[in-house]
Design a protein around this ligand. Structure first.
Ligand code: PLP
Length: 370
């Protein structure tokens, strides 16, 4: 039996791999590897694509979160409200700027935080809300923005899984004071190495990040602040420019695959399929299903050479390194249930119809559906 990978890099759309290689070669021959024309062009094109005022390339998605938080003024003594159910980078970034992450439950249907789950966590120390557009679904931003407004809080979006996703005719990453994107290779828009971007409509945030990512220099050898080195290099920018042209097509391919899973797996066993809230676009970075028999199902699929993944097996508050935050088992029942029951099925642009059919059949057989 031919293995079906959880994720694979495939030449999809056909010819895009050659276009990426050509762009890489041209960037190599450009002989200007840091803060050059490719980066400036990508920043311009990505901001235009999203409908934002500015995009600033940085070293990776984690740095994008850290710089965005710093740029909106989050620091020691501040609290930032974050989802208990997310990739560890979200919470780590808050700690990195010296602030305190305050974890809240995700909504039990969308798995993202909402105004209802965030509101009770707001205190006099709260400085910002950090919504994560988890798995590719945009959070219900309107109520979150209203909540932030009424408490004078900043919003930093973690859009690392939601490139191109829409909420009410606007793209993820354009709602808050700043947004962080990761271009980790397997993301919906992925580089061939580490890369990230801060996106913002605020000139002040853009100016801060532009300096801070480059040692705080306004111009060469003139430091306006104590910054860091976190830059998106020319080779990755050249790759991203090519891939950006295909992003809508790639997301549409993901959505088509998701629609097939949603249709074919509906009503099987105790399966819970992804729920998309009205107005909240979904670009299916991850196709998450849930069952009480998660481990057995994963084992069964493995036996048929079908690879799956778990996002995420241990919630942030139960990670050994984060015990000092003072949370314990039982504090976030929804997040804990998601960790125990979630399974991510293979879904990536270029997954073949016969491969997806095999996944569907295998899941149905597990539940003795046929
Ligand atoms: C991938 C990811 C990040 C971090 O991105 P890196 O580029 O790997 O640093 C942050 N948040 C979420 C939700 C992610 O999925």
């Amino acid at each position: 039996m031919k293995p079906i990978p959880y994720f694979a890099f495939r030449d999809f759309p056909e010819g895009s791999e050659a276009a990426v290689q050509a762009a890489l070669l041209a960037a190599v021959q450009g002989k200007h590897y840091i803060l050059g024309r490719e980066l400036a062009a990508f920043e311009e094109e990505y901001a235009r694509y999203l409908g934002a005022a500015a995009a600033l390339g940085v070293g990776n998605g984690y740095d994008a979160l850290v710089l965005a938080l710093k740029a909106v003024g989050v620091g020691p003594g501040d609290e930032v409200v974050v989802p208990a159910h997310t990739f560890i980078a979200t919470v780590n970034a808050v700690l990195q700027v010296g602030a305190t992450p305050v974890l809240v439950e995700p909504d039990r249907h969308t798995y993202t935080i909402t105004a209802a789950t965030v509101a009770p966590a707001i205190t006099s120390k709260t400085k910002a809300i950090l919504p994560v557009h988890l798995y590719g679904q945009v959070c219900a931003m309107e109520p979150l923005l209203q909540l932030a407004n009424s408490h004078q809080l900043r919003i930093v979006e973690d859009a690392a899984q939601a490139h191109g996703a829409m909420y009410k005719n606007r793209r993820a990453g354009t709602f808050g004071d700043a947004a962080a994107f990761s271009f980790y290779p397997t993301k919906n828009l992925g580089a061939l190495g580490d890369a990230g971007a801060v996106v913002t409509n605020s000139a002040a945030v853009a100016d801060f990040v532009r300096m801070y990512r480059n040692y705080g220099e306004a111009q060469k050898y003139q430091s306006e602040m104590v910054g860091v080195n976190s830059r998106l290099d020319e080779l990755q920018a050249a790759v991203l420019r090519v891939k950006l042209r295909h992003l809508d097509y790639l997301n549409a391919a993901r959505q088509r695959l998701a629609a097939i899973y949603l249709n074919e797996l509906h009503g099987i066993g105790d399966l819970i399929l992804p729920y998309t809230a009205p107005g909240c676009g979904h670009v299916y970075h991850i196709f998450n299903i849930r069952t009480k028999q998660r481990d057995a199902l994963q084992q069964w699929l493995r036996g048929q050479a079908i690879q799956t993944a778990i996002h995420y097996p241990v919630p942030v508050h139960l990670q050994p390194a984060y015990r000092f935050l003072g949370y314990g088992a039982g504090d976030f029942p929804v997040a804990e249930e998601l960790a125990d029951t979630s399974l991510s099925l293979p879904l990536f642009p270029g997954l073949l119809p016969e491969e997806q059919e095999r996944v569907v059949e295998a899941v149905r057989r597990f539940f003795r559906y046929e």
